[in-house]
Design a protein around this ligand. Sequence first.
Ligand code: ADP
Ligand code: MG
Length: 364
Amino acid sequence: MRIILKNLTKIFPSRNKKSHEEVVAVSNLDIEIPDGKLIGLLGPSGCGKSTTLYMISGLQKPTSGQIFFGDKDVTTLEPEHRGVGLVFQNYALYPHLTVKQNILFPLQNLKGEEKLTKDQMLDRAQHAADLVQIGELMDRKPNELSGGQQQRVAIARALVKTPRVLLLDEPLSNLDARLRLQTREEIRRIQRETGVTTVFVTHDQEEAMSISDMIVVMKEGIVQQIGEPQSVYDDPGNLFVAQFLGTPPINTFDGEVKDGKLYIGENAVMDVNVPDAVVAVGIRPEGFIPAEDGKLCGKLINVEVMGRDCSVVFENGACRKPSVRSIIDADIKINAGAENEVRFDLKRNKVFIFDNTTGDRIRF
Ligand code: ADP
Ligand code: MG
């Protein structure tokens, strides 16, 4: 099911009775979600991800704008008629019901043409449970399951009505690191197997990057960039997106363009074809090449060996953080000179410059 969000806005009245300031949770959102894809809705806490998801599900009504499922305008359609399955961070299982009863629950109130016989319901529940690999646990209660198993039950419950759209709101946040990795791969597998159009909300960029066909990066209710994870990483539209994606994060410097040269501090690091300006410079950790006559210099703090790669950490006065972190092939020898000076050349496609006021990308 293709989903189109058109100019979608959600404004909440103030929670604080004294001030009448409204909260613009989502502002003029325009997204087209292709059929059968997994979309990662990504951004820091409070940027409007859940609100967007709840509007797609129908639990919240937009202040303005429209939502289409296929060609049908569903903006005012009640949630139960939208054919969506919703999974929350806290699983929201019924504690007094068994796994089987939890999964059966959404099927029990179907009416009219949708109504199922008891056997059909049991078949559907077992099929959903097998899909998420908890078919053996049907008679347990939620408190007899691990967090990861509980989240699988919640996913099975969302899938049992064979929804047209699956919506997941930070589904992995309550799991420990290893389960989080495993469960996100499971979600990807289930999504591929069912082909259900899926919107996956997370504040974790690595999580979104690793499983999404397409990511939507949001900030303060406004979409910053939409695209395939790798292309958004390689070609960020603004400083916020550049800083939000990537571990270790991009290094940000105060810079200046003068007479066709980009300066970081005193160092003219590369030729650029843009007008003179004070700028922010972002350099990805993998953008540094150690070189004795390199153009960017710094003072070596530490080399952390991590097997295949190593992290070379150094100081540079123009960096907006106390240290710069670069990732270098571990075979390359780092020679620090007098007073621990290290020098680097830069990979041109790993260096980005941004307008110092708006944060917009300046292409050079
Ligand atoms: P996210 O899921 O990205 O963390 P939310 O969509 O939950 O963000 O919230 C976006 C903004 O809207 C936040 O500033 C939040 O405080 C506000 N908000 C969310 N729900 C309500 C509500 N029911 N009433 C008032 N403000 C709300
Ligand atoms: Mg949220």
